[in-house]
Design a protein around this ligand. Structure first.
Ligand code: PPS
Length: 572
């Protein structure tokens, strides 16, 4: 049992202020690793005790043990591998026992780490054991295979300073700050509510019920680190939470922001969340239906059963050191004008039960439709509308992909003109050739260079989308994983419409507008897509266009119709 009583402080990994200054100077000479956003979140919780009993990034032995048994080598319960993934190049020269500096993205030294272990993990096994399937539809598995470095480093961390946050400073607390706050107010029992979504009336009702039933105070403990791609951004959410906080009876409830990088690992994640909340001095933890669920797998099925998280939590409850409060599915009973737990309504046939799903809410927001008062608070709805205007006013990206000579650029040009004719939003065309001239002139056609090229296009398109414009991209973009990464970047801000211009390679070669296929066949151009280089055919594009026998105008019109059906443009 590794839990620390609420009355005591939790051990942190920081050195004293004096030592920190000295260490900072000394660490100037060390080899530095620039932490990724996810690693910064992990490091903050390692250093401030949120991840107690961890003392650093996992060693190989602890990693194997956590992956296989959910325990550290010493037997303590710990379900999530907290690893420092780096590139092969960075790992190359490192020797065991060597100290490295860990820096944030601006180069500020946050900590040092003594590298005790360096290994190449079996990521497929990690995916299977930790996330339940080696399926890249799972965001953490996708991260593992497509973002995380190939090599893991492990070793104890010495904390110098926490990562700097410029937003909502007054709402961020370390575990010890929260413990001290609870002690000061005499809150001996505290129910924590974990969330990555805006709160509506049902949440307010259920969280307060949970507190009442446990005769405890309530901590709204939203995650503001990394959540599921596509979630409402934390700035908007925190403004919404602030509004909801006023709805609780005075002095019963508080809110603190948690800079956690979620993995969406369902059952394991629930246990992990429980341990983290115990470290923050909470005594109870609400676990809902499908807690930290990642959505559907590539077969369209749920990754985990709806109550798997509650079951696993129950199994380990004594060791987690926090009591689970099972989340009840709350619905609105119109005749009684109140929320009630769905499974406690005895007269279901005689009353009208109302509920709005997350998908339905997004649709209503996207289309500017009414969101009833029984569902949410007017302040929350106003805040959501402010950041999520109707889709017809949001930015979006149309991403054409296909072989050279498939007709991408021609259709993209026609589409651009049609959209400009409609007006309302600025339109930018990022055509393959234009980009290669202006953004990627030094790049060739190796996989590495093509990926870099596409990521640059994705970056520019995501900025355009974020700022309410329309980006039309028309590169070959032969790799599915890269297209997916770009999709994720863009969907954080608006819609991503993948259009596969499905002209067969034989037809492109027959047309050979630029004479490149001839040169490729003669071996004068190497790595030519479709001839001597791969092309991953998009499996589920929003639109597939067959260009043979269809004129350009009609092809572009197909895109316009698609955009209309998605609510992105209104009337053509
Ligand atoms: S990629 O793979 O998405 O980065 O390619 P992209 O930036 O769209 O560039 C494709 C254009 O470059 C010309 N070109 C080649 N294409 C494919 N393979 C090789 N080896 C190659 N060498 C030059 C070609 O004209 C492509 O233009 P489009 O507009 O697609 O016909």
């Amino acid at each position: 049992m590794t839990t620390v009583s609420n009355l005591e402080p939790i051990p942190e990994l920081y050195v004293s202020n004096d030592s920190a200054q000295k260490l900072k100077v000394a660490a100037g000479d060390l080899i530095s690793w620039d932490l990724t956003p996810r690693q910064i979140c992990d490091l903050e919780l390692l250093m401030n005790g949120g991840f107690y009993p961890l003392k650093g990034f996992l060693s190989e032995g602890d990693y194997d043990s956590v992956v296989e048994t959910m325990r550290l080598k010493d037997g303590s319960l710990w379900p999530m591998p907290i690893t420092l993934d780096v590139s092969e190049k960075f790992a190359e020269g490192l020797e065991p026992g060597q100290d490295i500096a860990l820096r944030d993205q601006e180069g500020v030294i946050l900590a040092t780490m003594t590298v005790t272990d360096k290994w190449v993990p079996n990521k497929a096994k990690e995916a299977e054991m930790v996330f339940g399937a080696d399926d890249s539809a799972h965001p953490a598995v996708n991260y593992l295979h497509n973002h995380a470095g190939k090599v893991y480093l492990g070793g104890p961390v010495t904390g110098i300073q926490p990562p700097v946050h410029y937003d909502f400073r007054a709402r961020r607390d370390t575990p010890n700050e929260l413990r001290a706050y609870f002690r000061k107010l005499g809150w001996r029992k505290v129910v924590a509510f974990q969330t990555r979504n805006p709160l509506h009336r049902a949440h307010q009702e259920l969280t307060f019920r949970a507190a009442r039933e446990s005769q405890a105070n309530l901590l709204i403990h939203p995650v503001v680190g990394l959540t599921k791609p596509g979630d409402v951004d934390h700035f908007t959410r925190v403004r919404c939470y602030e509004a909801v906080l006023d709805k609780y009876p005075q002095s019963t409830t508080t809110m603190s922001l948690l800079n956690l990088a979620m993995r969406m690992a369902g059952p394991r994640e629930a246990v992990w969340h429980g341990l983290i909340r115990a470290n923050h001095g909470c005594t109870h933890f609400i676990v809902g239906r499908d807690h930290a669920g990642p959505g559907k797998n590539s077969q369209g099925e749920d990754f985990y059963g709806p109550y798997d998280a509650q079951d696993l939590f129950t199994k380990y409850k004594d060791e987690i050191g926090i009591e689970m409060v099972p989340f009840k599915h709350m619905v609105y009973v119109q005749e009684r004008a109140q929320y009630e737990p769905n499974d406690e309504i005895a007269d279901k046939d005689d009353v009208t039960i109302l509920n709005i799903s997350g998908t339905e809410l997004r649709r209503r927001l996207a289309e500017g439709l009414e969101i009833p008062d029984w569902f949410s608070f007017p302040e929350v709805v106003a805040e959501l509308r402010r950041t999520r205007p109707p889709r017809s006013q949001q930015g979006f990206t149309v991403f054409f992909t296909g072989f050279s000579g498939s007709g991408k650029s021609t259709i993209a040009n026609a589409l651009m003109v049609k959209l400009m004719e409609m007006g309302g939003r600025p339109v930018t065309l990022l055509d393959g050739d234009i980009v290669r001239k202006n953004l990627s002139s030094e790049l060739g056609f190796s996989k590495e260079h093509r990926d870099l090229n596409i990521r640059r296009i994705g970056y520019v398109a995501s900025e355009i989308t974020k700022n309410g414009g329309i980006a039309i991209c028309a590169p070959i973009a032969p790799y599915a994983t890269t297209r997916r990464a770009v999709r994720e970047d863009i969907e954080a801000f608006g819609a991503f419409i993948e259009v596969h211009v499905a002209t067969p390679i034989e037809e492109c070669e027959r047309r050979d507008r630029k004479g490149l296929y001839k040169l490729a066949r003669e071996g004068k151009i190497k790595e030519f897509t479709g001839i001597s280089d791969p092309y991953d055919v998009p499996e589920n594009p929003e639109l597939r266009i067959e260009t043979e026998g269809t004129d350009v105008d009609n092809c572009a019109h197909q895109v316009i119709l698609k955009l209309e059906s998605m609510g992105l443009i209104s009337g053509s």
